[in-house]
Ligand binder design. Structure first.
Ligand SMILES: NC(=O)c1ccc[n+]([C@@H]2O[C@H](COP(=O)([O-])OP(=O)(O)OC[C@H]3O[C@@H](n4cnc5c(N)ncnc54)[C@H](OP(=O)(O)O)[C@@H]3O)[C@@H](O)[C@H]2O)c1
Length: 362
């Protein structure tokens, strides 16, 4: 059995910084749970260290990528997999746009590519679909997947104008300095694409998903929605039918009592529907350093256990992704209110569109 696993950490910002801290704090726990010592061999950032040299270091077995984006991070992840390194990434943009190709590359090299933190940070959606529901058939995933938009919309309900709500979210560290991806619905679409790939075994990438963000939502609309018994929330949803999939990200009117309306701050709320298991609900911290380091270390422990069992190279099955699955917008099937027709009214029944062939308005 291999007694030491070497780690190369790429990026040392919000997530990478929390990972190195957490590795230090949990080293003994991980060793006790796996029988293997995990050693951080080096950290590379844009400003310090050589990422390629770190990946090429023969003492590095696992590369943890916390850089973000789809340029340098993609090259480095691909290089790491090519060199036979296991990879753990927090990068939703990367998996949402290049996941199927990288997963196939990892399998062909006999290494693991794990990305729990990329989906909903601490909320274990990837594991739930990939492991817990591996013997089932998942036909729908839906949720409130972006905390920045939730915090902006909640502030508007309380009378704050959009621009002030956005700067407040930035001050609290919920929104990026450039929040365009959050408010335009792109971040939620990346997360939805990642979940659709996993759940429906299809090579759907985020540009193929229709998305609209919250930039056009106004304070009076948010308040009117409340008076009508709804909250406007950015909902991401996908459901599978025998002929393809429906998927969309859009602001929607969510009934006040619905779980999607209960998310606060950076929380994500996700529902997963499987034929055998029925509906599962997951809720928790969808962003933040510590909330992302936790699933990254969880992925590390899983990888280390697999490595300890199988020797360094386990037998990999190359997953099959349907490259041609059609994806149509979903929310046209939802009803609208006469008094606030700009937004569809969320109804869980839309996820059962495959049963009725057509969504019947409830
Ligand atoms: N923040 C969250 O709550 C959260 C949650 C889940 C997932 N994620 C994902 O985690 C990733 C990182 O996010 P973050 O918030 O931690 O970002 P961040 O705070 O901006 O940190 C990025 C780090 O990557 C480094 N970096 C940038 N370009 C690099 C390059 N070419 N080579 C090596 N290092 C490079 C930066 O180095 P310098 O400091 O030298 O520029 C910095 O240390 C993203 O994919 C994000 O989507 C974030």
């Amino acid at each position: 059995m291999q007694l030491t696993v070497g780690i190369g950490l790429l990026g040392h910002g919000t997530v990478g910084g929390a990972v190195s801290q957490s590795l230090k704090e949990n080293a003994e726990t991980i060793e006790r749970r796996t029988g293997v010592r995990c050693q951080l061999r080096g950290i590379a950032t844009r400003g310090a260290g050589d990422a390629r040299a770190l990946i090429d270091d023969p003492r590095v077995d696992v590369v943890i990528e916390t850089i973000g984006g789809t340029t340098d991070a993609a090259d480095l992840v691909e290089h790491a997999l090519d060199r036979g390194r296991h990879v753990i990434t927090a990068n939703k943009d990367l998996i949402a746009t290049q996941g199927p190709r990288l997963i196939a590359l990892a399998a062909s090299r006999g290494v693991g590519l794990r990305y729990e933190a990329a989906a909903c940070s601490a909320v274990p959606v990837v594991r739930t679909i990939h492991d817990a529901l591996a013997g089932d058939s998942v036909y729908a995933v839906a949720g409130v997947l972006n905390g920045t938009t939730t915090s902006i919309l909640s502030a508007m309900e309380e009378g704050v104008e959009y621009a002030d709500a956005l700067s407040d979210a930035q001050e609290r560290g919920y929104a990026e300095t450039d929040p365009a991806s959050d408010v335009a619905g792109l971040d939620a679409a990346h997360k939805l694409a990642l979940l659709v790939q996993l759940a429906f075994e299809t090579a759907v990438i985020s540009p193929r998903i229709r998305k609209s963000g919250i930039t056009a939502v106004t304070r009076p609309e948010a308040q009117q929605a409340m008076s009508l018994g709804y909250r406007i929330r950015l909902v991401a949803a996908a459901t599978r039918t025998p002929s393809g999939a429906f998927a969309e990200v859009s602001p929607a009117l969510v009934p006040l009592a619905h779980a999607f309306a209960q998310a606060t701050g950076v929380e994500n709320v996700v529902r997963i529907d499987a034929r055998g298991a029925g509906t599962l609900w997951l809720r928790g911290q969808g962003a933040g350093g510590a909330a992302s380091a936790s699933p990254i270390l969880g992925d590390l422990v899983t990888l280390v256990r697999e490595m300890a069992r199988a020797g360094d190279r386990g037998r990999s099955i190359v997953p099959r992704f349907d490259p041609a699955m059609q994806v149509a917008p979903l929310f046209d099937a939802l009803p609208r209110l006469e008094s606030l027709p700009q937004y569809p009214v969320w109804n869980d029944a839309v996820l059962d569109i495959h049963n009725s062939g057509e969504f019947i308005h409830a």
